[in-house]
Design a protein around this ligand. Structure first.
Ligand code: SAM
Length: 287
């Protein structure tokens, strides 16, 4: 690789890190090339060095943004990490349901939701247990830094390839309708889900508090420092008794003191404050 090419990769990966916190190690720089080819063709940019020069001076903020969005890893699928997702939609939600019987309100935040499959998977799981959730207000908020991923999430429109990833055929037929080559979410699941743009590096907006926060497969691309920052900024958004769910390869351990592993649910985390409150309550009962 020439020095000019190496400089171009650095400029582009720095732009990605500046806007999203996501880092691309040097041995994965080839991904940048692959991700940006269609954008370069569309904008008649002859090579990576020219693109990097335009991004460096932020010649066109729209181009910079499109470039960042093309580089970000949007990989997702329905019911991703099936065993963990089954724990969430089974025992974890049952536990939350018992805790919230008085208000009958369930709020879930799918943070870094990409094109929405995670949020719709939750809506499907709840719709499939309609009897359990009858009379409940269910709100699922999906947020992401990528406007283009969110545009697809809002439309709830998936290609044949996307819809088949993780979604059993019977559920596909029940909750989506076919429009040409694509599949579109039906209103019955769509009504539970809303999407809005949010960068996890910025202070959490007034979303209110949640019973479950999913922040999966996004922290793994951040530096340690930014990972701690994101975890600590979302901690106050969890309701009492609420749980944080991370990706299968992610953990809070060694990242922050604000969360601890749930004793009951493997792969889920509660705030340290909650665990302390529970201990105090137990001591005052036994004392
Ligand atoms: C690999 S996808 C994971 C999607 C989904 N959570 C899952 O596990 O299937 C990572 C998502 O994180 C989003 N993302 C990256 N950096 C972000 C940031 N700073 N704030 C919000 N979203 C971010 C990306 O746009 C992308 O959609």
């Amino acid at each position: 690789m020439s020095i000019a090419e190496a400089r171009a990769y650095n400029t582009l990966s720095e732009a990605l890190e500046k806007h999203t916190g996501q880092t691309v190690p040097a041995n994965r720089h080839w991904r940048i090339d692959m991700a940006l080819k269609p954008l370069m063709r569309r904008n008649s940019v002859p090579d990576l060095q020219t693109l990097a020069a335009l991004i460096e001076i932020d010649a066109d903020p729209k181009l910079t943004r499109a470039c960042v969005e093309a580089m970000v890893n949007n990989e997702t699928s329905f019911f991703r990490d099936q065993p963990n997702f089954a724990l969430l939609t089974g025992p974890v939600l049952d536990n939350i349901r018992d805790l919230r019987m008085d208000k009958k309100r369930l709020r879930i935040w799918s943070a870094a939701c990409s094109t929405g499959q995670e949020a719709y998977s939750l809506a499907i799981a709840i719709a499939e247990n309609a009897e359990k959730w009858r009379g409940w207000t269910v709100q699922i908020l999906g947020t992401d830094v990528s406007a283009s991923a969110l545009a697809q999430a809002r439309e709830g429109r998936y290609s044949q390839f996307e819809i088949q990833r993780g979604l059993p055929v019977m559920q596909m037929l029940r909750h989506f309708e076919q429009q040409g080559e694509e599949w579109v979410a039906k209103d019955s699941i769509r009504k539970m889900v809303t999407f809005t743009e949010h960068n996890m590096l910025t202070p959490v907006r007034h979303f209110g508090r949640f019973d479950v926060i999913l922040c999966r497969n996004m922290l793994m691309y951040l530096s340690d420092e930014k990972r701690t920052h994101v975890l600590e900024s979302i901690a106050p958004s969890l309701e009492d008794g609420g749980l944080l769910m991370l990706g299968a390869a992610e953990t809070v351990i060694g990242q922050t003191q604000k969360f601890r592993a749930s004793k009951e649910f493997r792969g889920f985390y509660e705030t340290s404050q909650q665990q302390e409150n529970a201990q105090v309550a137990k001591l005052s009962l036994t004392g």
